[in-house]
Ligand binder design. Structure first.
Ligand SMILES: Cc1cc2nc3c(=O)[nH]c(=O)nc-3n(C[C@H](O)[C@H](O)[C@H](O)COP(=O)(O)OP(=O)(O)OC[C@H]3O[C@@H](n4cnc5c(N)ncnc54)[C@H](O)[C@@H]3O)c2cc1C
Length: 422
């Protein structure tokens, strides 16, 4: 594996930009001003993938210790994003020629990316979810942006600005309506917008007048009149992901904010293939449950019991099985000249297998630890809530059925259906 190098430009302060937020009763509240941050810069520093993974582990450990502090509605992991920035992880998904580490954006970069995502998920699933959105946005920008957009947003990422992708919506979804002079007026809302009010550069998708599905980077500087509804995020878990509804009605954007062409967001295999990233974060949650169960059995002296040992054995097999799925996922995503349909089917297998691993590990953890694991402040209580919600990703039945359809239609022998993981 090639060595990665860090290269960040000089840090600057970010201007606080207010977004209005609405209380449950519909009254305007104080604006959640964006933090001003400044990060240390590392120039000409070459680090190996192993170094990067160590940094991610360190961030994950800190996130794990701090997770109870941000386990409440209205929270956002501000400190945790500072740690990600200090470790160079916010710019790491950029190509090396624009100051990143090629994580997920250069050949051979998918496996390190999945390992980093798993580690961050192990530390705190909400941070993992937010970081995965940040990574996804930077990959979309590098894939579909103009050279000017790539350069500008890469500079933002190097300065520690946060990105996201907000695609999900309800019936009152986003429309971009031409308002003259190359501008568009937005109408409608996004739901499940992770980090709303805290992310400076979200990609917000919506419909053009002809129905085309368009990506648009709506910088917070443009979105002063957007309204966040905190009452829309009263979840079982994943509280710190701040995945609220945000209403953009009346916000105006420029043609230069539009990213790519209509339909680019759903282009395969990147669209469905991206599921391997959330699966990696989810697997981090399963690993955290495994660790918490091991720790509990050691601390309580219940590890000699054969049933407990058998369950721990099952958990170890399941988590390591997930790691092997990540290796397969990376081999499939990075295979030169791969059949896009096979890449999508493999990603669907990965997300389905890892979801099942996570559900099994959660059940084993709860049975091994018992009621103690369902009482705060036991970490299994929190991680279990987070994982239960984060496992709910779009179209799980369709993902599994897609695997079945692919293998039925493929003319290849079973042995040659998938990439050789080696
Ligand atoms: C913590 C968290 C953060 C999130 N952050 C973001 C974000 O930042 N940006 C963003 O865009 N989204 C985000 N999302 C939304 C996410 O991507 C999914 O859209 C959402 O979680 C879908 O979950 P669901 O269970 O409702 O899925 P669904 O797809 O509705 O699945 C529910 C069930 O219905 C079935 N089903 C689905 N479609 C059909 C159909 N047509 N007919 C019959 N059955 C069907 C499924 O197989 C499943 O059994 C977030 C979600 C969570 C939980």
């Amino acid at each position: 594996m090639r060595g990665f190098s860090f290269g960040m430009s000089s840090a600057s302060r970010l201007d606080p930009v207010p977004l209005r937020s609405r209380s449950a009763g519909g009254c305007p509240e104080a604006s959640p001003a964006l933090a001003t941050r400044a990060f240390p810069i590392v120039r000409g520093d070459r680090r190996s993938v192993a170094d990067l993974l160590d940094l991610a582990s360190d961030v994950a450990d800190r996130c794990h210790s701090a997770a109870p502090d941000v386990d409440f509605e209205g929270a956002f992991p501000e400190r945790e994003f500072g740690w990600l920035a200090e470790a160079g992880l916010l710019s790491a998904p950029l190509r090396r020629d624009i100051g990143g580490l090629g994580l997920g954006s250069e050949p051979g970069g998918t496996l390190p990316l999945l390992r980093v995502l798993k580690r961050i998920g192990r530390g705190n699933l909400s941070v993992g979810r937010l970081y995965e959105g940040h990574v996804n946005a930077l990959l979309l920008i590098q894939q579909f942006g103009t050279p000017e957009q790539v350069e500008g947003y890469a500079a933002d990422a190097r300065l520690g600005r946060r990105f996201a992708v907000w695609n999900t919506e309800a019936k009152d979804g986003i429309h971009f309506e031409p308002s003259g002079r190359g501008r568009y007026r937005m109408r409608g809302s996004k739901t499940f917008a992770s980090g709303a009010g805290h992310v400076e550069r979200p990609i917000v998708n919506g419909a053009l007048p002809d129905g085309g599905w368009q990506m648009c980077v709506v910088a917070t500087e443009r979105a002063g009149s957007a309204v966040i509804d905190p009452s829309s995020w009263r979840p079982l878990g994943m509280r710190a992901s701040a995945s609220t509804r945000i209403d953009y009605s009346g916000v105006e954007v420029e043609a230069s904010d539009l990213l790519g062409r209509p339909g680019d967001y759903r282009r395969e295999p990147a669209f469905s293939g991206g599921a391997i990233r959330f699966a990696a974060v989810q697997l981090g949650g399963a690993e955290a449950l495994f660790e918490a169960t091991r720790g509990h059995l050691k601390a309580t002296g219940r590890g000699d019991d054969p049933y407990q040992r058998a369950r721990l054995g099952e958990m170890a097999i399941a988590v390591e099985g997930g790691n092997l799925w990540l290796s397969g996922a990376a081999a499939s995503a990075d295979e030169p000249g791969a059949d896009p349909a096979a890449v999508v089917a493999y990603a669907n297998m990965v997300r389905t297998a890892i979801a099942s691993i996570c559900e099994n590990v959660l059940g084993w953890a709860e049975r091994s630890v018992g009621a103690q694991g369902l009482l705060r402040p036991h970490p299994i209580e929190r991680i279990g809530r987070d994982l239960t919600l984060y496992l709910r990703q779009p179209g799980p039945d369709a993902a599994l059925a897609g695997v079945g359809r692919h293998v039925l239609e493929s003319p290849l022998d079973a042995e040659r259906l998938w990439p050789d993981v080696g």
